[in-house]
Ligand binder design. Structure first.
Ligand SMILES: *Cc1c(COP(=O)(O)O)cnc(C)c1O
Ligand SMILES: [Zn+2]
Length: 421
């Protein structure tokens, strides 16, 4: 990569097209539209061939020409290239011909897809000269900012709703980040962070650094296509909080066509939410172009954003790609988590339960036809949200260390040897 800007050309307003220099700013001065990174696609096309990608290390930076870092990345160099698993047992249970799981529950280093966006935001923040990084988070982002800041010697402030799962809180505190719990829900945390970002010159990964941060999500889409043998999947199901990941997976498919990595093809990018916080899927189901803000009430805390910043653009993606959006209850979320665990041996957090539950609904309704193929994006790890399932799993059978007791247990408890187990 070269120069001050690498393959980036400018920031551009998604509404009016006004261009801005590549600074730490995220909204247009004229219409408050969100800013997005524009690339030199011709230069990227010349450099980024399938052969070049294949020759590089297996991490998200193998697509560096389409990521917004000018020089070499300095944070999160090992992030990404998580497994894409052919999920035949889950496919059978959901009634679809072919199913794949993109498993970011094992992303490095903090077990969620957020390591992708954070490695981009912190690498970019560093090359822009920031020393303090910060974020407004529903949990996973805080974990990733805390860990990656620690590993690169940056100071971190992470702001979270005060009532997050214990696993998410401990996973931020352990890295010695400054963790600030706000007595309010995420939208209030976010509003406060916008004020703080205006006063202190810190790199807020999802406020003033948002145009760079959000681009990191595209790497999940690039990986899916490469792992499918350079093809765009016919259907992709993506969990939505702000809706950013979904819009960026869509963007990755478009960019891959633009730079010649894949053939153009028909595809649909479907959105999944928890019913207790489903402004985007509600708007879709009512045929609206705009969502109505809601107060979140769901066990899927990582997705609990009542005023989703990219909700409007997610709704556009459904329209453009002939996709659908739906939502599932807390019980259906737990069922989805169990189903994925029992069929594929993958323990996802609540967001994964949302994705599996919504995929089940979309297949049953025909929005995803049974004879098609789909990819489900699993975005976070179940070990961080034990609270959500701990009273809903089976029980340990306790016995003395004696063979006689074990024989007696097998005799008395027929469930242990049932053929469906
Ligand atoms: C943040 C997050 C998402 C989606 O976030 P967006 O704001 O829609 O990009 C999905 N799953 C998990 C586990 C998350 O932490
Ligand atoms: Zn504008």
């Amino acid at each position: 990569m070269s120069g001050q800007q690498g393959y980036m050309k400018a920031l551009r307003c998604r509404e009016c097209g006004q261009e801005y220099p590549l600074e730490a700013r995220h909204v247009c001065e004229f219409d408050f539209g969100p800013l997005e990174v524009v690339y030199d696609y011709q230069a990227a096309k010349e450099k980024l061939t399938r052969e070049v990608v294949a020759s590089r290390p297996q991490n998200m930076w193998r697509y560096a020409e389409l990521l917004p870092v000018a020089g070499e990345p300095t944070v999160g160099r090992e992030v990404g290239f998580t497994p894409l698993i052919k999920a035949d047992r889950l496919a059978e249970r959901l009634g679809i011909r072919e199913l794949w799981i993109k498993n970011d529950a094992v992303n490095y280093p903090t077990l969620s897809f957020k390591d992708r966006v954070v490695s981009v935001a912190l690498s970019r923040a560093r090359e822009m000269g920031f020393e303090v990084v910060a974020c407004a988070s529903t949990g996973n982002l805080a974990n990733s900012v805390a860990a990656n800041a620690a590993a690169s010697g940056m100071k971190a402030f992470v702001f979270i709703p005060h009532d997050l799962e214990k696993g998410k809180v401990v996973n931020s505190l352990i890295y010695d980040a400054n963790v600030i719990g706000i007595k309010g829900h995420y939208d209030e945390v976010n509003r406060l962070c916008a004020e703080i970002a205006g006063k202190y010159s810190w790199a807020f990964v999802n406020v003033n650094m948002r145009p760079y941060y959000a681009e990191g999500s595209k790497s999940q889409g690039f990986e899916i296509m490469e792992q499918l043998g350079w093809e765009i999947p016919r259907h992709t199901v993506v969990p939505m909080a702000s809706g950013s990941l979904l819009t960026k997976i869509h963007k990755s498919y478009q960019e891959a066509v633009k730079v010649g990595l894949v053939e153009e093809a028909e595809y649909s990018v479907h959105g999944a939410q928890a019913t207790g916080c489903s402004p985007i899927s509600q708007a879709f189901k009512e045929g609206q172009d705009f969502f109505k803000p809601v107060k979140p009430d769901t066990i899927a805390k990582s997705l609990a954003i009542g005023t989703p910043a990219d909700g409007f653009y997610a709704l556009k993606v459904f329209k453009e790609t002939g996709a659908a959006s739906d939502d599932v209850s807390d019980d259906e979320i737990r069922e989805g988590i169990s189903l994925l665990a029992e069929t594929e041996g993958i323990f996802s957090e609540t967001a994964g339960g949302v994705t599996v539950g919504v995929a089940k609904k979309l297949i049953a309704s025909g929005a995803i036809p049974a004879d098609d193929s789909a990819v489900l994006c699993i975005t976070g790890n179940g070990l961080k949200t034990l609270d959500a399932v701990e009273n809903h799993v089976g029980e340990t059978r306790e016995i003395a260390p004696s063979l006689r007791e074990f024989d007696a247990l097998l005799d008395s408890d027929k469930e242990l040897t049932s053929p469906t187990k």
